[in-house]
Design a protein around this ligand. Structure first.
Ligand code: PXP
Length: 239
């Protein structure tokens, strides 16, 4: 079976640190544990409101730890500048709105996305792999492809919400169909949002899946079993 990569989102290590405004828990230490426990990359979402990850988290992980960094960011000039300075290995462009507790869904791509296209091209020119977070919808996937994205990260939020309910099979099928299209377009196929130890296996088995980005469930489990076990258990489940 194909090796599915695991990106571990460490935003909520920073959430906990920000709660006290101190140094711990340290994202650099978290990144080391992720890499040494089977995580293929560390994922950090630098939000415009800096509610968890700070610029210094990206800078320190980049300079102090050897390993791949996947940065999630809004497609805005401020973030473009930071990405070009810090040089993560890859970037996922996500929609962001100030009051949301977490990302609410994929980018709405309606043909009027010249700002987005400009950022995709500028990051790609700097050698950064670019993915676009989309719902499992053909129009959005084709639009991201036409703008030059290397990868699509399919939003699994609706699938996760439908877990154990009637709609689960339909949501999974939509992800599978979207996956076919991504592969037909010869792009990398990623998925994430709301994946946990129970619902992850079916998504990992979608044909052509290259990478899953998972945060909240791993960091939550890490509180009880330790981050090392939480990461390695997840890695086992997606193989
Ligand atoms: N992928 C993207 C694009 C996201 O925005 C998030 C949340 O930051 C994740 C994956 C991880 O989601 P979760 O924390 O629910 O696993």
């Amino acid at each position: 079976m194909k090796h599915v990569k695991l990106g571990v989102n460490i935003d909520h290590i920073a959430t906990l640190r920000q709660a006290r405004g101190e140094k711990n828990p340290d994202t650099v230490e978290a990144a080391r544990v992720v890499y040494s426990s089977g995580g293929d990359m560390v994922v950090m979402h630098l939000r415009q409101d800096r509610r968890h990850i700070q610029d210094s988290d990206l800078e320190r992980v980049r300079s102090e730890v050897k390993g791949l960094i996947h940065m999630e960011m809004a497609a805005v000039p401020e973030m473009e500048k930071i990405a070009l300075r810090i040089r993560p290995d890859s970037v996922c462009l996500v929609p962001e709105s100030p009051k949301e507790l977490t990302t609410q869904g994929g980018m709405k791509l309606d043909g009027k996305n010249s700002g987005l296209e400009k950022i995709i091209k500028s990051l790609a020119k700097a050698g950064i792999e670019v993915s676009v977070f989309t719902d499992p919808e053909p129009q959005a996937i084709r639009a991201a492809h036409n703008m030059g994205a290397d990868s699509i990260e399919l939003c699994t939020k609706n699938y996760a919400a439908a877990w154990g309910k009637k709609l689960q099979a339909k949501e999974l099928e939509q992800l599978q169909l979207a996956g076919f299209l991504v592969k037909e377009l010869e792009m990398e196929l990623h998925a994430g949002h709301g994946l946990d130890y129970y619902n992850v296996a079916s998504v990992a088995r979608i044909e052509g899946m290259d990478c899953l980005n998972i945060g909240f469930s791993i960091i939550s489990r890490g509180m009880f079993v330790g981050l090392k076990s939480a990461v390695s258990e997840m890695k086992r489940l997606i193989q």
